[in-house]
Design a protein around this ligand. Structure first.
Ligand code: MOS
Length: 701
């Protein structure tokens, strides 16, 4: 199926957050801190207030009332626990310290730069080597699955000492930014004191609705969130950020709709990032490659105003069988913006380290890396103590090796070259848990032979519109052109959240159930019979609303998606020039609802992984502690010329233990393992083992 929202996107008629046309709209512009730690000693707004068009300026001295929300994730959640402008303290460079509202964007921006701020600075903690790391506290309450960093099984570490081969190595990743194509924005529209409409890119409109209700003392019904399209989120658009909370607060004061759009520079500190990480892994194995023990310690950093641990070690007990496993997470507080979920949080850096270490082990043992992985595959999730459902990891490895031609060349370091460049092949595993939530969907079959599918769940560019339409088309047996899908509006039935790669597995079963119920209500076996009945009955529509949610299956099975990446790199050693030449990804994600958009999801994730491996890095000025990323030129990521053709294949069976559609998600799995596959290929090509991302030319020299 082609993307049903494709024409709207390429013709510009798809409406993104900042593009909604609301009459009487005025513009907000943020004032941000020029130091990374300390406090504001004075803030003078008089000159700015006298500028033409300026309506209002808020700082910590006159911030409107905002209620601290329960912030417990399930009911309401804000990204940064400290409410904006709550005091004069500066916790990180670029922190929001005020908001100017004016008739035009340009007037607001000009005035923002006339606000005079004096600081009492403190030396910022910006260097992980000088930060204090301690055991990571739980996140979001004790029972969240995200609290999964620390684990131990097996009580003897003798095995590690008795291993024929032991690998111990430390791997690093850089601070990364989400950089969605659509910048963060919000339009807050109050009609009176108790009716709020928010236009904002939101991965979770029902969550945002509840959260804004709590922040401003409203009932849920008094708040409406509208998000028909999102230009990429990657985890950074799930909850309100401080700029959005301030925009809603100030708009209430003078009862005019206010729009705030963040610049790329402002997004660096105020829209989340993936923390830099440092992971140390030890693996002990027998001569024949059987793993005996894995020890995995991860460090990441959070901001002074919230706790977010990048849970790198969560995946380790699921990957390979070993009788002795120990994982630990450590966290430090640094003067950086608040980190958050970013595509495969934890799994991504976790597999960078684990899949690099497995490659190092394979070379030490002189065993093929595919064989090493096949030998140690586990059919039991060693933390959950449950068997994996519909796991086809071995098939991913075999099919990928075949497609890539992995066994065609003898495996030898620096063994291949072409036109003066070293050639290398690398592979790594990919994985991500199968998650699923509750969703409600309404389906209306109309007498004109079309159908409507309505739910608040949304499409952040993933292809959700298309698979919802495709599912309804399949169950109702109507051509896809006759299905209209409405998403991303909190007035619609609760369609859950686009996060954790769960939107498809959550929505599709509910769409199926609602479509089946429509046919039942019509007491018809076929859709044409139902449409005939409608015409005769003078009713407008047959309508049904159905919900679908997880049951007891999670007590019996561990649900996890699997994959393998294979790549070829060429390295021109004289000028340290690296090219990724070839890419093969094989994925096992249960049923594939739409091969075309599914393959696009994996390709997008591989491209994002290539960026992480080779380019992406949010650097900080080590003296000032301020980020030195201002735009998409100072944050390097891949362009088309950096990317080879990416072959994507799906293997395995539908996972009917998981849901009636047999589908697991695939938004995040594609990025996991990518950076390790590249580093492993670089080792093969050059004999250099690089353990620090991004692999910029200086590291190849
Ligand atoms: Mo994702 S990091 O769950 O949007």
């Amino acid at each position: 199926m082609n993307r049903t929202d494709g024409p709207a996107k390429v013709t510009g008629t798809a409406t993104y957050g900042a593009e909604h046309q609301i009459s009487g709209l005025v513009h907000g512009y943020l004032i941000t801190a020029d130091i990374a730690s300390g406090e504001i000693s004075s803030i003078k707004t008089q000159a700015a207030l006298e500028c033409p068009g300026v309506i209002k300026i808020i700082t910590h001295e006159n911030c409107p009332k905002i209620i601290q929300p329960s912030n417990n994730f399930m009911a309401s959640k804000i990204y940064e626990a400290r409410l904006p402008l709550s005091d004069n303290q500066i916790h990180y460079g670029g922190q929001i310290i005020g908001l100017v509202v004016a008739q035009t964007f340009e007037q607001a921006r000009h005035a923002a730069h006339l606000v005079e701020v004096e600081y009492l600075p403190q030396p910022p903690i910006i260097d992980a080597e000088k930060a204090l790391f301690t055991e990571a506290p739980p996140m979001f309450g004790e029972d969240m699955t995200f609290q999964k960093g620390d684990f131990q099984t097996g009580d003897s570490w003798d095995d590690m000492n008795q291993a024929a081969v032991t690998i111990t190595a430390t791997y690093q990743t850089a601070t990364e930014l989400h950089t969605p194509m659509e910048p963060h924005s919000i339009i807050a529209h109050w009609e009176g004191e108790d009716k709020l409409t928010v236009y904002e890119p939101s991965q979770w409109v029902v969550g945002s609705q509840q959260t804004y209700a709590e922040l401003f003392g409203l009932s849920r019904e008094q708040v409406r969130i509208i998000t028909p399209f999102i230009g990429g989120g990657f985890g950074s658009k799930a909850f309100p950020w401080p700029h959005a909370i301030l925009c809603v607060a100030i708009a209430r004061e003078f009862q005019q709709p206010v729009k705030v759009v963040l610049s790329r520079r402002q997004m660096t500190a105020n829209a989340g990032h993936r923390s830099e990480t440092e992971q140390t892994i030890s693996i002990g194995a027998k001569e024949d490659g059987t793993l005996l023990a894995i020890d995995h310690v991860a460090k990441s950093a959070t901001s002074p105003v919230d706790v977010f641990t990048e849970p790198c070690t969560g995946i380790t007990p699921a990957m390979y069988k070993a009788d002795n496993l120990r994982t630990r997470q450590e966290l430090a507080v640094m003067n950086v913006g608040t980190p958050t979920f970013m595509r495969a949080p934890g799994e991504n850096p976790g597999l960078w380290a684990l899949e690099s270490a497995m490659d190092e082990l394979a070379w030490s043992l002189d065993i093929d890396p595919i064989e090493l992985r096949l030998k140690n595959e586990t059919h039991l999730h060693q933390r959950q103590q449950l068997p994996f459902s519909a796991k086809a990891f071995a098939e991913c490895l075999r099919v990928g090796a075949e497609q890539f031609g992995w066994f065609k060349e003898p495996r030898k370091v620096r063994g291949m070259s072409h036109e003066g460049k070293q050639i290398g092949w690398g592979m790594a595993a990919a994985t991500f848990p199968g998650l699923r939530g509750m969703a409600t969907v309404t389906v209306r079959l109309l007498a004109d032979g079309t159908a409507e599918v309505l739910t608040s769940g949304n499409d952040m560019g993933t292809g959700c519109y298309t698979i919802v339409a495709g599912t309804a088309s399949e169950v109702l047996a109507l051509p896809i052109e006759r299905i209209r899908v409405q998403l991303g509006d909190s007035l619609l039935p609760n369609g859950s959240m686009a996060g954790g790669s769960q939107m498809t597995a959550t929505l599709v079963p509910a769409v199926m159930a609602a479509c089946q119920e429509v046919l039942q209500k019509a007491q018809s076996n076929t859709v044409s019979e139902a449409i005939e009945k409608l015409k005769q009955s003078n009713q407008e529509a047959f309508e049904a609303t159905a919900s679908s949610s997880p049951g007891e299956e999670g007590k019996q099975w561990a649900f996890q998606s699997w994959g393998a990446h294979f790549c070829e790199v060429s390295v021109d050693e004289e000028i340290a020039r690296l090219r990724v030449k070839r890419w093969v990804s094989v994925m096992n994600v249960g049923r594939v609802m739409n091969p075309k958009t599914a393959a696009s999801q994996v390709r997008g994730a591989v491209i994002m992984g290539i960026g992480q491996a080779l380019m992406e890095q949010c650097a900080f000025d080590s003296n000032l502690g301020l980020p030195v990323v201002y735009d998409l030129a100072t944050y390097h990521y891949p362009s088309h010329a950096d990317i080879p053709r990416i072959e994507v294949t799906f293997v395995g069976e539908p996972d009917y233990n998981f849901n009636p559609a047999g589908v697991r998600g695939l938004g995040e799995i594609g990025i996991t393992g990518v950076s390790a596959a590249i580093a492993n290929a670089i080792y093969h090509a050059t004999g250099k083992r690089i353990r620090e991302l991004p692999i910029t030319p200086d590291k190849l020299l």
